[in-house]
Design a binder for this molecule. Structure first.
Ligand code: IVH
Length: 678
């Protein structure tokens, strides 16, 4: 920067930064990376600090004032800020059009042109520009008198401190809505909740709270935007003859307008706009509570005039409220297809988001605790578009004296199995697996799927039928399906039944990884199953591994390891494995050895008493792994008895028959010699 033209250089840099601001915040079309913008901004700050006399009030560095205000001054609106009449359905919107045409003496073949725009859910403000400079910002207040929020509006990047281009009136009042983006609101609230600060109930309240901050430095941190939707006082200047063209011009002067602003020819077109915007609504990055239809032509607007505090030439088409209040009648617990236990609120039916809602998800117990919700409470229910209704907050002041705590069940409401919650997970699950009717179908579909046992021909529909007819409840039931029974089913002919039975038979020979995957252990996908099979070789070794050992396997983190351990800790899951083996499901293990070459081939073992270091089924699996048969009772054919603590009659009988007896420790030591880590 040469010494002679400092003012010019600073001004040029201000303009360049302003242009980038406009492209980024108003047009949503940035042309330079953020880092480049930051560099320019930093440069400007340096130059300004070296030349304090040259800092203009409109410089991009001057958006945030240095200190808090002591209060808000009052501002009387030269032209009152009006509100809008409402329509709640297409018929009411058509009535509005008919009313206007009657007044204007227009026949049906001379449609009125409307400007259609989203009704932004924020707070209405007025900005005053004189000679292109922002000199004042005010809230709507009661429509006649509002509050001076100049210091705060200056911090909003989509509001220009200086209008762009030329041709603007000497005095121009611009009106519009300040609102907060949904994402910014969520992030801000999460941060506030973490640090124990006050949270806002919705983006509108957050916007209102932010704009009424005494300290503009706080407002500056809030993700606010402003879209302009009309003009107020104009003097010494020409403006276009219609609303749409006016907004386009405001946009050229650097003000943000809504990208969904459009013109419609008559009301039928406007109905199409409703359709389109309703679809888009949930995807918009900000909240809208309806649409606004305005007669586009200013002459017509003038002819139509006002009724009390609302213009006759505009109407708000309100969407059904997305939030309503109602009472919690009961909290019930549902079991999902994966066993997840979800608390569901039964509500006194309420009309919200366009439908009657009588149930809402409460997600999990943490959510209930977060909401501090009790049965009997009055709550705010939110439903947006297709989204499942949600309880957003409890109205504490309305809590009835007899409200009761929500009690989480100890056992699965469907199958009474234990409910488990893995450390570090928010979701509690039924441990019933296949024994739980709620999970049965899903588990079976998974078991027969391509990457699992691959029983082609046993599709979801057929499983549905088999489950509902109670022909199949557990995995191994598949292997006992008979031709006669299958033939009785609809659309099952001789050939297809034969084919299915042959497939079932053939696929009994599977691989260890497919078998592990088929069991449907939570978060054990194909790859994890393969890694487990490769690393352990034998199912028994996987069964015996603890969390620490499992975590050494590729792909297995602490959560997955816990899922695996908790799966095999459930006796009914071990039973499933036993039953499948009994039904003939087999797989080659790591070092395939012929049946008769196995160490315990042909030997009969009996287990009795309580085993401390492993479960009964686990011990059984180890023995089977080594080729032994495991029998339930002691006889002359028994080769060996493994006796845990508190062994009773079986031990006595074995002693009488002089059968070899192993204590648990001896058994464990023996297993170790066979490479089995217990
Ligand atoms: S026009 C005389 N256009 O809705 C016309 N208002 O119920 C006055 N609003 O206070 C407003 N989006 O805060 C208009 N596109 C839009 C709007 C809009 C939101 C708000 C505004 C006003 C309220 C009227």
């Amino acid at each position: 920067m040469s010494v002679d033209n400092i003012p010019e250089e600073i001004q040029q840099l201000c303009e360049e930064i302003d242009l980038h601001n406009y492209r980024y915040h108003v047009l949503d079309e940035p042309t330079v990376p953020d880092a480049h913008y930051d560099k320019l901004f930093k440069q400007l700050k340096v130059w300004e600090s070296q030349n304090p006399a040259l800092v203009s009030a409109q410089s991009p560095t001057q958006r945030v004032g240095a200190r808090p205000n002591s209060g808000f001054g009052q501002i009387t609106h030269e032209m009152p800020m009006l509100s809008l009449d409402n329509a709640f359905n297409p018929a009411e919107l058509s009535d509005f059009d008919v009313r206007l045409r009657d007044r204007l003496g227009r026949s049906a073949d001379k449609p009125i042109e409307y400007a259609c725009e989203p009704k932004l859910d924020g707070i209405a403000v007025s900005l005053l520009y004189e000679d292109g400079l922002l000199i004042r910002g005010a809230t709507r207040g009661d429509g006649a008198v509002g509050e001076d929020i100049t210091h705060n509006v200056r911090t909003i990047p989509s509001i220009p401190l200086k209008l762009r281009g030329t041709g603007y009136p000497q005095k121009l009042e611009v009106r519009g809505e300040i609102y907060m983006l949904k994402a910014g609101f969520k992030a801000m609230n999460e941060k506030a909740a973490k640090s124990g600060d006050k949270t806002f109930v919705n983006p509108r309240n957050a916007a209102a709270g932010s704009i009424r901050q005494l300290d503009p430095r706080i407002t500056a941190t809030r993700p606010l935007e402003m879209c302009c939707y009309s003009i107020g006082v104009v003097s010494d200047g020409e403006m276009p003859a219609d609303h749409y063209a006016t907004l386009q011009l405001l946009n050229q002067w650097g003000l943000k307008i809504n990208p969904y602003l459009q013109k419609s020819n008559g009301i039928t077109d406007a109905l199409g706009y409703i359709e389109k915007m309703q679809q888009l609504r949930t995807e918009l990055p900000y909240e809208i509570d309806g649409l606004v239809f305005k007669v586009n032509n200013y002459n017509l607007q003038q002819r139509l005039g006002f009724i009390s505090r609302a213009p006759r030439w505009a109407i708000a088409y309100k969407f059904p409220a997305q939030e309503e209040i109602t009472q919690i009648e009961q909290v019930e617990f549902q079991v999902g297809r994966t066993g997840a236990i979800t608390p569901v609120a039964r509500l006194t039916p309420v009309f919200v988001g366009g439908v009657t809602v009588s149930n809402a998800t409460l997600h999990n117990m943490d959510e209930i605790a977060r909401l501090e919700l009790k049965v009997g409470d009055w709550v705010v229910v939110h439903r947006a578009g297709d989204v499942i209704p949600k309880v957003v907050r409890v109205i504490r002041d309305k809590r009835p004296g007899d409200a009761t705590e929500v009690e989480f069940p100890d056992a699965c409401p469907v199958c009474q199995s234990a409910i488990v919650r893995i450390e570090g997970e928010v979701i509690s699950r039924c441990s019933g697996g296949l024994t739980c009717a709620a999970q049965r179908k899903e588990a079976l579909v998974h078991y027969v799927s391509k990457k699992a046992l691959d029983i082609d021909g046993l599709g979801e529909k057929l499983i549905d039928t088999l489950v509902s007819k109670e022909m199949v409840a557990k995995f191994d039931d598949i292997y006992y399906l008979s031709k006669v029974n299958l033939m009785r089913l609809e659309r099952m002919g001789d050939k297809s039944v034969d084919k299915l039975l042959a497939t079932i038979e053939r696929t009994k020979h599977t691989s260890l990884d497919k078998f592990i995957y088929a069991l449907g252990i939570r978060e054990v996908g194909e790859a994890t199953a393969r890694n487990l099979a490769r690393e352990f070789g034998y199912l028994a070794r996987i069964l015996a591994a603890d969390v620490e050992r499992l975590e050494q396997v590729a792909d297995v983190g602490p959560i997955v390891a816990k899922h695996i351990v908790s799966f095999f800790a459930q006796p009914h899951n071990l039973e499933v494995i036993d039953n499948l083996r009994s039904a003939g499901v087999t797989w080659p293990e790591a070092e395939p050895v012929a049946e008769d070459e196995l160490l315990l081939a042909g030997k009969v073992y009996v287990l009795t008493g309580t085993l401390e270091q492993m479960g009964r089924s686990e011990a059984k699996a180890y023995l089977q792994e080594l080729g032994a048969k495991v029998s339930g009772s002691v006889s002359k054919k028994t080769d060996c008895l493994v006796a845990g603590t508190a062994a009773g009659s079986k031990l006595k009988k074995a002693q009488d028959l002089e059968i070899e007896i192993l204590t648990e420790q001896q058994f464990v030591d023996f297993l170790k010699t066979q490479g089995v880590e217990v």
